[in-house]
Design a protein around this ligand. Structure first.
Ligand code: NCD
Length: 316
């Protein structure tokens, strides 16, 4: 089937070859990805295309993942490409002591593009040292999760109709939650953004993000009270990241810090997002409200990744 909306593709060059962090993106990059993602939505809804026929994605997930991995693989298949996978460190050469650099150097021989999730922060930076095909970070421990940030931006645009002038409340584990780090850097590319960071003191937004916002002169406030954050355009809930706690009693103390109820957002013009999986942070009575955007957000993961794969492979 022809690529429906790209009869005469107008290619949108990205400013990077590998994606390890959302700090790499320019506003032009983000606007370009958004535009292509909206086109990809039509492609997907019309049965897909063969734009990436003959291309192979290496999907390397060394840390648990369901939706990110499935959404990358779905994106590749919907564009006619194919996927080879490696899953779980215990089954891989990394377990035998191979370095990340060697693993990626090998994967570059087998595939045209590589996506990797790995439990260690900084692993993506090691990977690009030897990647000879485009590399995408799908989560490096508590570091970054750039494609989640990108799909979150697509979601905010689709739900709110703009990316400028948005007030965003981020709630939960802002310390270890990599998605809020990636998203904050992307929002930093737009005008008049205001943040409210709601977290227990021990899990507040780290300095690597607040210093970036300070440098850009952006407005943010921190609080531990959920009620302080309910007047925003977007309410971004996150899971307390159990796997990052060295001390499980600390996790037990903090795990139910915030539980959003339908009554918090009902009749309010506030969009509720969550990267999923949720544990306890959003009561199921929110699901049926028009505010609940988190399942639509997951669906946007596929179109955002279709856009990114096609653009990094210079086909869109
Ligand atoms: C997030 C992640 O892996 O960081 N999930 C995801 O990508 N869908 C959020 C989380 O695990 O809490």
């Amino acid at each position: 089937m022809p690529f429906l909306h790209y009869n005469k593709p107008q290619k949108m060059p990205l400013s990077f070859q590998h994606l390890t962090s959302t700090k790499q993106l320019t506003r032009e990059d983000m606007d370009g990805i958004l535009k292509v993602a909206l086109e990809m939505e039509k492609v997907r809804d019309n049965g897909g295309s063969d734009l990436l026929k003959g291309k192979v994605l290496a999907s390397l997930f060394y840390e648990p993942s369901t939706r990110t991995r499935m959404s990358f693989e779905s994106a590749m298949h919907r564009l006619g490409g194919s996927v080879i996978t490696a899953e779980g460190i215990q089954f891989s050469s990394l377990y035998k002591g191979e370095t990340i650099q060697d693993t990626i150097s090998m994967a570059s021989q087998y595939a045209d593009i590589i996506v990797m999730r790995h439990p260690e922060q900084g692993s993506a930076d090691l990977a690009v040292e030897t990647a000879s095909v485009p590399f995408i970070n799908a989560g490096d421990g508590p570091g970054q999760h750039p494609t989640q940030g990108i799909l979150d931006m697509v979601t905010i645009y689709k739900e709110r109709g703009t990316l400028d002038g948005i007030n965003v409340t981020m709630v939960g584990d802002l310390l270890y939650g990599r998605t809020v780090h990636s998203l904050s850097f992307l929002l930093g590319l737009y005008n008049d953004i205001t943040f409210t960071f709601v977290a227990p003191d021990a899990l507040q937004m780290p300095e690597k993000v607040t210093s970036y916002l300070d440098e850009k002169g952006m407005k943010y406030s921190t609080t531990s009270n959920l009620e302080d954050g309910l007047d925003s355009d977007v309410l971004y809930m996150t899971r307390i990241q159990k796997e990052r706690f060295a001390d499980s009693s600390q996790y037990e103390k903090l795990k139910d810090s915030y539980i959003l109820q339908g009554s918090h957002v009902k009749d309010k013009d506030i969009t509720v997002m969550h990267p999923l999986p949720r544990v306890n942070e959003i009561s199921t009575d929110v699901d049926a409200l028009p505010n609940a955007a988190y399942f639509r957000q997951a669906s946007n993961g596929v179109i955002a990744r279709m856009a990114l794969l096609a653009m990094l492979l210079k086909q869109a």
